[in-house]
Design a protein around this ligand. Structure first.
Ligand code: 9MR
Length: 379
């Protein structure tokens, strides 16, 4: 009897040993596992839609991939005025809180987005702004920035303080501050730069740790708009404004060419002492009647994503690379353009060549192999 018992015990011991061995298979490589330590890899997510019911023991497929692939997350809409401040004096932090809680549960960081923008303002702002004096507009903006930034102080590493504050070449009047479309800049049109500077000061007072960014689209390469930003940054810095970074959103389309001057553009902002970032990358394209991209488009998309990442990797001041949603099921593109296939995974979370291109460049840039290894860079 004893002997039988001994055999049974050793069989159990073998089982007990083999279980952890089976689990010890090397973890799958992901974007976040391969990223250099001084570069955050992020995705936008709509907390209100995807994270409210987060149960870390039982994540949805979407949540599992988000946490596995990324170490930074940007609330796609939850921190915008219309969501977080729907009525005067009324704040709804539910979506934003869900994003921050998800990030903390998964050892991710949060990019705040955004505090001063001409779009997605609630109706009460639109209505009130019709008669605002600059003083009134300043008071409303200061109260909002102080409330939102203080709530998440210490939990947000980068804030897009001012978003899309310049018009484009093709807008009436060309590249200039949006003193018509942006209700706050409109009320303070006599000195919009003073208001922008104060927006950064209010954010800095509420969270001195966060890096404070300007952010815009069509701002990847050197062009009229980024020239205007370059001049504005110098003006703000000369005024002692606590501005830390310049973000290029990176919304590209294969309908247009690709501006190769992105690295050079990043370098000139870095030379002013700023951090830079790709904040909202996606690469959309017109699709055939079957709704599918061609093999050529798929390959070109991978090249464009990779070119943005490589520019960021090559400039040590580039702190974060964020995609604006990681799968086509959560992309803003189809609702707005007759284009699609803009993200790095299909609706079924199948990884596209663009995903693998990013993974490969991150792997190549692992500390020890890339220009990002300059002493002191890797936190
Ligand atoms: O992806 C966002 C989409 O869900 C919203 O409906 C839209 C409203 O304007 O904003 C989208 O995000 C924008 C971002 O906040 C700023 N840069 C452009 C992005 C795409 O429009």
């Amino acid at each position: 009897m004893r002997r039988v018992a001994a055999v049974a015990t050793s069989a159990l011991a073998v089982l007990a040993l083999s279980a952890p061995l089976a689990q010890a298979a090397p973890p799958e490589e992901t974007l976040r596992s391969e990223a250099p330590r001084d570069l955050k890899i992020g995705s936008a997510v709509w907390g209100q839609n995807e994270l409210l019911d987060y149960d870390r023991k039982n994540p949805t497929e979407f949540q599992r991939i988000l946490a596995a692939e990324f170490n930074s997350v940007t609330p796609e809409n939850d921190m915008k005025w219309a969501e977080i401040h729907p009525e005067p004096g009324v704040y709804d932090f539910s979506g934003a809180d869900a994003v921050v809680a998800f990030a903390e549960a998964n050892n991710m960081e949060v990019r705040g987005h955004t505090l001063l923008w001409h779009s997605q303002n609630p109706q009460w702002v639109v209505d009130a702004s019709a008669t605002w004096t600059c003083e009134e507009a300043r008071a409303v903006l200061e109260e909002h920035i102080t409330t939102v930034v203080s709530r998440y102080a210490g939990q947000i590493y980068e804030w897009d303080v001012a978003n899309e504050i310049f018009q484009d070449d093709w807008d009436t009047g060309g590249v200039r501050l949006r003193t018509e479309a942006n209700p706050f800049l409109k009320a303070c049109a006599e000195d919009p730069v003073a208001l922008i500077g104060d927006a950064f000061r209010w954010a800095d007072a509420a969270d001195p740790e966060a890096l404070l960014f300007l952010n815009d689209y069509n701002a990847e390469g050197i062009n009229n708009k980024t020239d205007a930003y370059y001049a504005l940054v110098q003006e703000l810095l000369a005024d002692g404004v606590p501005i830390d970074g310049f973000g290029a959103q990176g919304h590209l389309s294969l309908m247009y060419g690709f501006d190769e001057s992105i690295q050079e553009n990043f370098e000139r902002f870095a030379a002013l002492g700023l951090k830079v970032a790709i904040t909202e990358a996606d690469v959309r394209m017109p699709l055939g009647e079957d709704g599918e991209p061609t093999a050529e488009q798929i390959a070109l998309q991978a090249e464009r994503y990779d070119a943005m990442l490589v520019a960021c990797l090559n400039v040590p001041a580039c702190t974060s690379f964020t995609v604006w949603g990681f799968d086509d099921g959560h992309s803003w593109v189809p609702g707005v353009f007759p284009e699609g296939y803009a993200t790095i995974m299909t609706e079924e979370f199948e990884k596209k060549p663009a995903y693998y291109a990013l993974l490969e460049s991150l792997t190549d840039a692992t500390p020890g192999k890339s220009p990002r290894t300059a002493p002191g860079l890797n936190r």
